[in-house]
Design a protein around this ligand. Sequence first.
Ligand SMILES: *Cc1c(COP(=O)(O)O)cnc(C)c1O
Length: 349
Amino acid sequence: MSKFWSPFVKDLVPYVPGEQPKLAKLVKLNTNENPYGPSPKALEAMRAELNDNLRLYPDPNGDRLKQAVAEYYGIDTRQVFLGNGSDEVLAHAFHGLFQHGKPLLFPDISYSFYPVYCGLYGIEYEALPLDEQFQIRVEDYARPNGGIIFPNPNAPTGCLLALEAVEQLLKANQDTVVVVDEAYIDFGGETAISLVNQYPNLLVTQTLSKSRSLAGLRVGLAVGHPDLIEALERIKNSFNSYPLDRMAIAGAAAAFEDKAYFEQTCNAVIDSREKLVAALEQRGFQVLPSAANFIFARHPQQDAATIAARLREKGVIVRHFKQERIAQFLRISIGTEEQNQALLDALEV
Ligand SMILES: *Cc1c(COP(=O)(O)O)cnc(C)c1O
C-alpha cells in the first residue's frame, strides 16, 4: 500500500493465477495448458509475420481472424468479438453487458475471476450453490438478476451442462445477458453458439488458450448477436484499439483453419483423460465426470493439500483450492501420456 494509490486500488482484490514455475523439468499439471504444441500451421503463420511490417499497427478489428472464426462456426463476422485472451473478453462483457441494481448470478464453485471482475466494475453478485453432485441447478437461475455467467464445462469441476439445459436456462432468462464461458467446450461438450441466432441475449466466450494450445499468444473471442458485439466493441475501442498483435491475428486464424490438427490433439487429450480417470479410480480416487482437459478428484482417505505438497516434492504440480466445499479436491490438468504416468508414479508412496 502506498499513499499514491487511489482509494479504488486500495480496495481491489485481484485474481491469483496458477503458478508458472521458473524451474524447467517440472511436470506442470496446474493451469490447464495443452500438453501438445500449437498447430504447426499456426507457428508458420506467426513466423511469416516476423518482418518489417511490425513497424505498422495491426488491423484493429482483426478481420482475418473474425473471418476464420465466422467460417468455422457458419456465422457472420458481425457476430464475433476478439480480445487479448478470453479474460479480457469477459472483462468487457462484465463492464458492458451486465446490469446494476440486481445481482449477477453464477455458481458458488466456478471461475474465480468472476467475483474479481464484479469487484473491479462494482457489480453485485449472488453465488448459487451447485447441487450435491456439483452440477448447476438450472431452476435456481429463474430469479431476478442483472445477468448470468457460468463456465461450460464448469471450472474447476469439469462438469458439463447439456445444451438442452443451457437452452432451458435461456428460455427462463430472456431479459438479461447470459454469458456461457466455453473455455473447455472442445474437450467433450457441444457449443451454445448454435443458439445465438435464437437468443439475442446469449453471449458465448471461447479461448485459444486451451484446445488450440495458444495460452502464450493471448487470444479469446465472443460470439453473439451483433448488438451485444457492438457493446463489446465500444468498450474495447474506449480501452485499447489493438488488443491483438499481428502475430496473434495470423496465428489464431491459422489455428482455426487447421481443423485436422485441432481434432487430433483434442481427441488425444480426451483419450488420455479417460485413461487417467480409470487409473486414479483404481487407486481409490473419486473423480467428477469431466468434459474438460482437466479432472477434479479427491481421495476419501487422504488430505488433498497433503497430496499436492507430496506431488510437488516429486516435481509434479497440480492445483489445490483452499475453498469451502472443494478443499479436499485436486484439479489435475491432462498432460501427455508420459506426464500422466509421472503423476501416477508420484502418487505411489
Ligand atoms: C482459462 C480460462 C479462461 C481464460 O482464458 P484466457 O487464457 O484468458 O483466454 C476463461 N474462463 C475459464 C473458465 C478458464 O478456465
